[in-house]
Structures are given as structure tokens and as C-alpha cells.
Design a protein around this ligand. Structure first.
Ligand code: SF4
Length: 767
């Protein structure tokens, strides 16, 4: 008898490539004899659905109902608490029609050869970002971005999390599941439904779906697992009401427990609840006449990775990912062979021990996946590659691709640890020959004192040596860096920044994060070692991250400010971070795809640099006219001022944190007290429908554009200004240059007969 199983990767994850968890589970379940396993990436399905004209049109109508711009007219001021609503309402009003018109084309750009043309790529990415802002505004205060999903509910309080699963006004996934997911599930009737929850951003969407499937399919067992649940799952399973959304949870690696769970459920046919007490790493709800009891089974043995089948990607919607070529994830090993860093919890949450596949096995699996799916690119999911693998894997990969020239071999990237003896010049060349195009190293800090506290067992000098060897071999180097480790001073953080800047010829990207203390890390378990005092989080039953007080170094607030200082400096100094180029860094895989195609890191960086320079000195040349493809609305407050206030670290702290998803206690009150409300300032918000960018103009600015339109072109307008106030023409020319850089004035080919120039004299005195 068939035992249908459905596995779902729930929203929200990156939209550029598939995730690994479901393909690993599917392969394992099939190897265990369950041949009816369906896997669905509901995250990419949701992005595709939300970023469609029909959905965005509905979102536009909802925004007009929920956040009418008229609410903000005639106000004496606008406090912090209303700025996001104001910004959302304004942006939606001015951009929605253009975004709706172009959203399908934008997705097509990212999925086609046009992706490689930066002038097509950047407006397309912006269109998708603005589409998601429209979706968010329709569910205000929720926020769905390419990197996160948060609501007006705290992720670290079960009561709020469960309430969020029922709030259709704020939770866009309720309608999505009802319309796009449940009908298929009801028709299929899975007996076991598995939810993959890797990130905190997936928690509410996962429980929302669990609740809905439970109501629709009472005989289906719903389980959940994944990286994020390894941190908070135990607390979650102890919280009242979760049994309405889930039947069980699997901790750490899911393969073996999932197969055992499927076996137990398949074998069960009595009226009582199946006995699940023998399934390792499973925590489940045992129902009886007296209520519901949470039962935590002992841990399962970790899987022998060397014997595990390769991941099975069949059934995933490759054509929906927002990238021109699919990059497949693959697990070369699990756990970390080093496992000592005092801030790191990765080796703990993946499951006990370090396990690896043999280099020959990896090479065999990759060539099979290449042939089966027609893909050339892989991201290795690994905490870091051990020295033996750095030596053996390139040989195995090259051997597995005989007669294939180096440039045509499979390409890959992964995380790595600074191992100066392994990343020699020769080894780096061999890695590049085997297809390695990008390595991301844990650098963290340039201060030896802090590196020692972190137990990194590496020096800044070794980081520079490894980065240089890799960079010279043609491998792009990314550094993970950290700000705010307990006792770090402002000077030490600046030393880290200086190190990066001094090595910008070999370091292409930096992944900078502020330090957080989670309950699994040594910094939480043994705070005295780090001279810190952990603060309680009263009332947060799912709390994972903790605030702390440090007697030395920066406070958490100072670290947040230092983060901004460092990011601003990196944006000024690193070409891939400057201006719009940062989109390549922000979209997982997008920069890598350029490298995989044959562009060297040097060439890519030079292109980014050139683009930034060109934009700085862009001069209006030839015949110019106002860009007619624009929409403008008058606003009572400045959109730029609202955005700047919302970007302040105090204001950011009042939103759920990007990494942790939690609200910081009393952050909103502190921010409201310290950040001045906006005072009225009439302005015009313009949306450039070609570049898909917002530009704020003064009323005079709009008058300039309108004057150019009336005059027919820029030359005609300037001609008509000859006799006006001295200096007006020069000021206007400068201003037109700025408008040109913003895309609001464009070149054109004059027709044989130009429209006759207006002879009107324009008074433009206060630009
Ligand atoms: S930071 Fe990297 S090297 Fe250190 S323990 Fe974590 S995964 Fe291992």
C-alpha cells in the first residue's frame, strides 16, 4: 500500500536556489522503501505567487484601504511609530502600477541571459524588491523581503507566535496556503507531512501551515524539523497550543527519525494513537483522555554520511528560482572538524560529531547530479572544509571529469576555515582548477586578543596569506567579520575595518554581523569567562538570544552604531558593496554565477568600480528630455527623512532583529524618546519607471521636470532662460545633471522635426 509523504520547505528562504534539507530527506526515505515522497519548496512558490501582477494588484487595493495616504495630511508631526506606515503608503501609491506592469519581465530577466547585463539586472532586482514592499504594505506591519519575514508579533513568545498564525490581516501566508497549497494536499492526502524550518523567519509560516493542514487532514501526522528548531524546538514543544499546529518535532538530523516515523505510522492501524516512543530524536504529543503530554525521546544515532545517498532534487521547481542557472546545494560533510570557536553553535545544532563523505563519492554524486539535472554549479553546504578535503577533493573532481577543459568543469563555492598550511599557493591553484570560484572564510576580527578569546586559533597574518593565495589563484574571497564581541573596543573594531580596507585587493566581499549571544553558545553557558552578565528575558518563553552587560568594551548599542560605521566604510571602499553593486552580494549565488561563467574576480570588481565611477561623473550629453516614464505624488512629509530615521540603529532595534527575529524589550519606547518626530516638509516622491527607483524632489524639482516637458527638451529650456536671474542657468544645469544621474532626464534621438521650443521664461530660483 502506498504511504504518501509530503515534505515542505516553508517560506521564507532565499529565492535564488533550492535548499538541501528536503532533497536529503527524500533520498533517505526512498532508500528506506518509501517511494511516494513529494517535496515542495513553498518559499519559492510563495515568492512567485506574490510577485505576480494579479497578486500585486490585490495588494495595491489592500494598501489603499489599510494605509490611505490621506491619513498623513495636515498632521503637525509624524512620530517614529508611524514612519513605516507613511513610507509604505507613499511608496506603494507611487510605484505600484509600474511594478505590476514590469514584475513578470523582471523575473524573466533574472531567469535568463539578461541577468548578466547589469543595466537589465539592477532595475529587475529593484522591481522585485519594490514588489515585496507592496506585499508587505498590504499586510502592514509585516515585512517580507528577499532575506527575511517578520510580523508585528514577537518570534520569542509562543503566545504571539500562535496568534500570528491566525491573523489573516498581517499574515500573507494564510491566503496563499488556502488558495495554492491546501487544494493539492487535500487531493493527495499525505499520511506524513514534514515542515523544514531552517530560519527563524519560517517559524510563523510553518506553524500557520501546520495548523491549516491539521484542520483539513486530521489523519495526517505533521512533524517539523530543521536548524532553527534545534535551538528553540524544545521550548516550543512545551508551549501550550502548539499541539494545534504540530504532532511532533525532529531534532538535529532528520533522515533516520523521519524514516522511522514513516515506518511506525505506516504500520499503525489501530484506533489508538500510534506509539512513537522508540523513534530517536523525536519529541511528540501523546494524547489521552486526560490531555496532551509532551514526550521527548532519546537522541538518535547520527547518520553515517559516507553511506547516505546523494540528495534527490526531483520535483523541485527549478524554473521558479530567480537565477539564470540553478546552483545545487550539496553536503560534503556535517559538523565542524574544528568545533572550538567560543561564539559558534553550528557544530552543536547539526547533530553530534563530525562526519564526511569521501572525495571520490562527492565527485561521483556531483557528476550524477550534473547529468541528471543539467546543472554545472554547486554550493557545498559545510561549516568548513577540512585540510584533507582541501587536498583530496580537487583531485577527485578533476579525475571525475576527464577530457573536460578546466573552464568547462563544474563550479562550486563553500565556507572555509583559515588553514594556512592547507591553502598554499599550489593548493589554491588546484582548487581553482577543480572549479572552486569562491571561498568564505571565518575572519571575525583583526585583533589577536579577541581571536584568542574566540578560540579561533588563527592570526590576521594567516588570514592575509590564505586570502592572497586564493585570490591570486582566481578564487573570490569573502570574509565573515564580527563586531561587538564581549570586551571589543571601538579601536579594535576599527582595526578590523582597517585590515579589510588594506586588503581590498584580495578581499571581495565581507559578511559583517553584530555579535549575538544565543543559549547554545559558550558565551551564554560560561559568561564569567568573557566577563559579561547575561540579562534575563522575562516573559519570552521561546527566547534564544540574550542581551548582556559587558564591563569592558562597547555596549550592545555602541556595537550597533559601529556596525553602521563599518558598513558605510565598506560601501565606500569595496567595489561590490558600492551603490547598486551590492545587489550581487545580497542575492545569494548571483555574484558566484558571474564567476562560474568565466568572469574573474578582478574583472568583476573592475566592472563594479567602473560603474560606480561612471555614475559619479555621469554628464548629460546630447539631446535630453524629461523621462516621461515616471509617476510622482506630493507628500506632506519627506520620504527621505522618514527613511533616514527608520535606518537609525535605535529605530532598527525597535523592529524584529534581522538575524534573531525578536523584538528588543522597550526598544520602541527608547527610540520614540530619542528620535525626533518628522515635521511637515512638502515634497514630491517620484518613481522612475525605467530604472525602478524612488527619487524625492522638492516642489521646485518637479517644476523643473515639468518645465523641460513643456519646453520639449533641456536645450530649449536653457535657451529660454538666457535673460533670467544671473546664475540661474548654471544652477539649473547642475540640477539637471543630478536629475540625469537619477534617471529622470534621459537622452533621446531627435526626430526630423523637433517640437517647437517654448519661449516661456521659467523662474527657477530655489533649487
Ligand atoms: S566558526 Fe567555523 S571553524 Fe569555528 S567552530 Fe564554527 S564552524 Fe567550526
Amino acid at each position: 500500500m502506498s504511504f504518501p509523504i509530503t515534505l515542505a520547505f516553508v517560506p521564507q528562504g532565499h529565492f535564488t536556489q533550492p535548499y538541501l534539507a528536503l532533497p536529503c530527506l527524500k533520498a533517505w526515505l526512498q532508500a528506506a522503501g518509501f517511494d511516494d515522497v513529494e517535496q515542495r519548496d513553498l518559499s519559492i512558490e510563495a515568492y512567485d505567487h506574490f510577485l505576480s501582477p494579479a497578486y500585486l494588484r490585490r495588494a495595491q487595493e489592500r494598501v489603499r484601504e489599510r494605509l490611505p495616504l490621506s491619513t498623513f495630511e495636515g498632521r503637525e508631526n509624524l512620530p517614529l511609530g508611524e514612519l513605516r506606515a507613511f513610507r509604505s503608503a507613499a511608496e506603494s501609491e507611487v510605484s505600484a502600477n509600474a511594478v505590476i506592469a514590469d514584475v513578470e519581465a523582471a523575473k524573466a530577466v533574472l531567469r535568463s541571459e539578461d541577468f548578466y547585463n547589469v543595466d537589465r539586472y539592477v532595475p529587475a532586482v529593484r522591481t522585485l524588491y519594490h514588489g515585496l514592499r507592496l506585499v508587505s504594505a498590504a499586510h502592514y506591519p509585516s515585512e517580507l523581503t528577499p532575506h527575511n519575514f517578520t510580523m508585528g508579533y514577537a518570534n520569542d513568545r509562543s503566545e504571539e507566535v500562535l496568534a500570528a498564525t491566525l491573523d489573516e490581516d498581517q499574515n500573507p501566508f494564510i491566503e496563499f496556503y488556502r488558495e495554492k497549497v491546501l487544494p493539492g494536499l487535500i487531493a493527495r492526502k499525505p499520511r506524513l507531512f514534514g515542515l523544514s524550518v531552517v530560519y527563524g523567519s519560517q517559524l510563523i509560516p510553518a506553524l500557520t501551515l501546520g495548523r491549516m493542514v491539521k484542520a483539513a487532514l486530521p489523519d495526517c501526522h505533521i512533524t517539523a524539523g530543521g536548524g532553527f528548531l534545534a535551538y528553540i524546538g524544545e521550548k516550543l514543544m512545551g508551549a501550550a497550543g502548539v499541539e494545534e499546529c504540530l504532532d511532533s518535532m525532529i531534532f538535529h538530523e532528520g533522515e533516520a527519525p523521519m524514516a522511522e516515523l514513516a515506518g511506525a505510522l505506516e504500520a499503525w492501524n489501530g484506533p489508538e494513537q500510534a506509539d512513537l516512543s522508540a523513534i530517536g530524536s523525536l519529541t511528540w504529543f501523546k494524547h489521552s483522555d486526560t490531555g496532551c503530554e509532551t514526550v521527548a525521546n532519546p537522541p538518535a544515532h547520527p547518520v553515517a554520511l559516507s553511506e547516505a545517498p546523494p540528495p534527490d532534487f526531483d520535483g523541485l521547481p527549478f524554473d521558479l528560482y530567480l537565477a539564470p542557472e540553478v546552483v545545487l546545494p550539496y553536503d560534503i560533510n556535517r559538523g565542524c572538524y574544528y568545533g572550538e570557536c567560543s561564539f559558534c553553535t553550528l557544530p552543536t545544532v547539526i547533530g553530534p560529531g563530525y562526519r564526511t563523505r569521501a572525495a571520490e563519492t562527492i565527485a561521483g554524486h556531483l557528476t550524477d547530479l550534473r547529468d541528471r539535472h543539467g546543472v554545472q554549479n554547486f554550493s557545498f553546504i559545510t561549516d568548513c572544509m577540512p585540510p584533507g578535503m582541501i587536498r583530496d577533493l580537487p583531485e577527485a573532481l578533476i579525475e571525475a571529469q576527464p577530457d573536460i577543459p578546466a573552464e568547462a568543469r563544474m563550479k562550486w563555492w563553500c565556507d572555509a576555515r583559515i588553514e594556512p598550511r592547507a591553502y598554499t599557493k599550489e593548493a589554491a591553484i588546484r582548487l581553482h582548477e577543480s572549479g572552486c570560484r569562491k571561498l568564505l572564510f571565518g575572519f571575525e576580527s583583526a585583533t589577536p586578543r579577541l581571536l584568542k578569546l574566540m578560540r579561533k586559533a588563527q592570526s590576521p597574518r594567516s588570514v592575509a596569506d590564505v586570502a592572497r593565495n586564493c585570490s591570486e589563484a582566481g578564487i573570490s574571497v569573502t570574509l565573515y567579520a564580527m563586531v561587538g564581541f564581549p570586551s571589543e573596543t571601538v579601536e579594535e573594531a576599527r582595526a578590523t575595518l582597517d585590515f579589510i580596507r588594506e586588503h581590498k585587493d584580495i578581499v571581495r566581499e565581507v559578511s559583517l554581523q553584530t555579535f549575538h549571544i544565543d543559549e547554545v553558545a559558550l558565551t551564554y553557558r560560561d559568561p564569567e569567562q568573557f566577563n559579561i552578565k547575561i540579562l534575563d528575558g522575562a516573559g519570552t518563553d521561546l527566547q534564544l538570544y540574550h542581551d548582556y552587560l559587558s564591563e569592558e568594551g562597547m555596549t550592545q548599542q555602541e556595537a550597533a552604531e559601529m556596525f553602521d560605521e563599518m558598513m558605510n566604510a565598506l560601501r565606500a571602499d569595496l567595489p561590490i558593496f558600492s551603490g547598486d553593486n551590492i545587489y550581487y552580494f545580497m542575492q545569494k549565488s548571483h555574484y558566484f554565477l558571474h564567476l562560474a561563467r568565466g568572469t574573474t574576480p578582478d574583472e568583476f570588481v573592475a566592472q563594479c568600480q567602473q560603474r560606480t565611477e561612471d555614475q559619479k561623473v555621469l554628464k548629460p550629453e546630447g539631446p535630453l528630455r524629461a523621462n516621461a516614464a515616471r509617476t510622482g505624488i506630493r507628500l506632506p512629509f519627506s520620504h527621505v527623512a522618514a527613511a533616514n530615521t527608520l535606518a537609525h540603529p535605535l529605530a532598527r532595534a525597535a523592529r524584529p532583529d534581522f538575524l534573531t527575529g525578536r523584538f528588543v524589550a522597550d526598544a520602541q519606547a527608547v527610540a520614540e524618546e530619542q528620535l525626533e518626530p518628522l515635521t511637515p516638509q512638502e515634497c514630491v516622491l517620484v518613481y522612475d519607471e525605467v530604472g525602478h527607483e524612488f527619487v524625492e524632489l522638492s516642489r521646485d524639482g518637479l517644476r523643473v521636470l515639468e518645465a523641460i516637458e513643456r519646453a520639449g527638451n533641456v536645450d530649449s529650456l536653457l535657451e529660454s532662460l538666457k535673460s533670467t536671474t544671473p546664475g540661474a542657468r548654471e544652477r539649473l544645469t547642475d540640477y539637471i545633471t543630478q536629475l540625469h544621474r537619477k534617471g529622470l532626464i534621459t537622452s533621446f534621438q531627435p526626430a526630423a522635426a523637433l517640437p517647437s521650443a517654448s519661449t516661456e521664461t521659467h523662474e527657477l530660483t530655489s533649487l
